[in-house]
Design a protein around this ligand. Structure first.
Ligand SMILES: [Zn+2]
Length: 189
């Protein structure tokens, strides 16, 4: 029998460490809670004050969230990032949100990282960015634009390529992926 999206969600919820933190089965350094959102300190902080903000309901990746929950979650991220700026005296803040193991997601429950930064703290590696031909950039934008549905009808179906397990075999591609040729790779932002 084919696994439905609900089956996938249910199975991942049973194993989910963040759901156990939210229910109180595992203790955490909580800094904020309301009826929909929970925030606590990361146990392996990049810098002191590194905070995780999660919805109380279990969803794996951001595009799965109902719009009203997504809006509330972002509102809390905004509020806490301002508070963390003030409390830590940070010079800057990174807000990270990883979806899928390929993007660095380690816990299969949607979460935002709020990471206070100091000037020159070298706490995170710079992105490995590439150069691209302006014509190619235009083509990619056109291709992507053609495939966008109206925002009001946006729903997401997770493809088998999206996984938070690092043990999965190489994903099979369906359809035509948008390709970006890397060249002249550089570390400069
Ligand atoms: Zn969960």
């Amino acid at each position: 029998m084919a696994q439905t999206q609900q089956d996938v969600l249910k199975a991942s919820k049973e194993q989910c460490i963040f759901c156990k933190i939210i229910s109180g089965d595992i203790s955490a350094a909580k800094i904020y809670e309301d009826d929909k959102v929970f925030a606590f300190l990361d146990i392996n902080p990049v810098n002191a004050g590194h905070t995780l903000v999660v919805p109380k309901d279990h969803y794996i990746v951001l595009p799965q969230l109902p719009d009203d929950l997504a809006m509330h979650l972002i509102k809390v991220v905004k509020y806490l990032s301002g508070a963390i700026f003030e409390m830590t005296g940070a010079h800057g803040i990174n807000i990270y949100q990883n979806n899928g193991a390929a993007a660095g997601q380690e816990v299969p429950h949607v979460h935002f990282h709020i990471i206070p930064r100091r000037q020159d703290d070298n706490a995170m590696s710079p992105w490995n960015r590439s150069k691209i031909d302006p014509e190619q950039l235009k083509q990619i934008a056109e291709e992507m634009g053609k495939n966008l549905k109206p925002i009001s009808s946006s729903t997401v179906k997770l493809s088998s390529n999206t996984s938070v397990s690092k043990k999965t075999s190489k994903p099979k591609r369906k359809g035509k992926p948008v390709k970006v040729k890397r060249r002249n790779s550089t570390n400069s932002p």
